[in-house]
Design a binder for this molecule. Structure first.
Ligand code: SF4
Length: 260
């Protein structure tokens, strides 16, 4: 049965949200409030009016849509998924915040043989993961900060639930690719990256991960929508910085992909 949810974008031909050519569906709503968020317009669950300071006009961000309409969009690019080993990625915001809508889309994709991934921060009741894990082919699992105090400071909430869920999902045997945003002087410190590597070494079936270098796209959106910018003058990492951080994980036995 069709379910209705709220999204803010459907991006075609995405190549950084999982394997192959994908359609990414961006859900509204997120339990975190990361300082560096590239999609600050995603945080509230409902559609909202934001003032676009560049165009000097109000813009509605987000819209309600039913799962059948989303599936129609997804299926249009089926040939590209089949040729490239791609599929669909449910992202956000946090797709786990609209669990019924997400479940209906995952079930429809499974029924049609379309590869699925979810991109999650992991902060959701485990019962919700129980409701969908058999329908998902790949979980892109964001790990930000291992120190709980820092996690609360920079994302607004504890990391305990998401780390606990990661271990429990791992125990289910699901394919998981950790994704680590490299945020200058916040998540990309040697101490935090070493702590993440140590944590993941205890999950031996996870042998590859993605590092997501910082880019200033989010700052552009902060300005465009008149939102507060907590990142100040943070600069993107240099190529050699990124390689150095990548080597830290490679030395711990991981295969590292730079970017999504
Ligand atoms: S978890 Fe992702 S979508 Fe949510 S606030 Fe953080 S960066 Fe933004």
């Amino acid at each position: 049965m069709a379910k209705t949810g709220t999204i803010f974008d459907i991006k075609k031909f995405a190549i950084h949200d999982g394997p192959g050519i994908r359609t990414s569906v961006f859900f509204k709503g997120c339990p975190m409030d990361c300082w560096w968020c590239h999609n600050p317009e995603s945080k509230r669950l409902e559609p909202e009016i934001l003032n676009n300071t560049r165009r000097c006009k109000d813009e509605v961000v987000g819209y309600d849509i039913d799962s059948e309409t989303v599936m129609t969009e997804i299926e249009k690019d089926r040939v590209f998924y089949d040729q490239s080993g791609g599929g669909v990625t449910f992202s956000g915001g946090e797709p786990m915040m609209q669990i019924e809508f997400l479940r209906s889309l995952l079930a429809a994709c499974k029924q049609k043989g379309i590869h699925t991934a979810i991109d999650t921060c992991g902060h959701a009741p485990f019962d919700d993961f129980e409701a969908i894990y058999e329908l998902v082919d790949l979980v892109l699992y964001d790990i930000k900060l291992m120190d709980e105090t820092n996690h609360i400071k920079y994302t607004g909430i504890t990391n305990k639930l998401s780390l606990n869920n990661l271990t429990r999902l791992y125990d289910k045997g699901i394919k998981i690719t950790p994704r680590i945003p490299l945020v200058p002087d916040i998540t990309d410190t040697a101490a935090n990256l070493a702590a993440i590597a140590e944590y993941l070494r205890a999950l031996p079936n996870i042998r590859s991960l993605s590092l997501l270098p910082y880019n200033k796209l989010g700052e552009d959106k902060f300005e465009r929508f008149g939102l507060s910018d907590r990142m100040g003058q943070a600069q993107s990492q240099t190529e050699s910085d990124i390689l150095e951080k990548s080597r830290l994980f490679e030395a711990a036995g991981f295969e590292v992909k730079i970017g999504g």
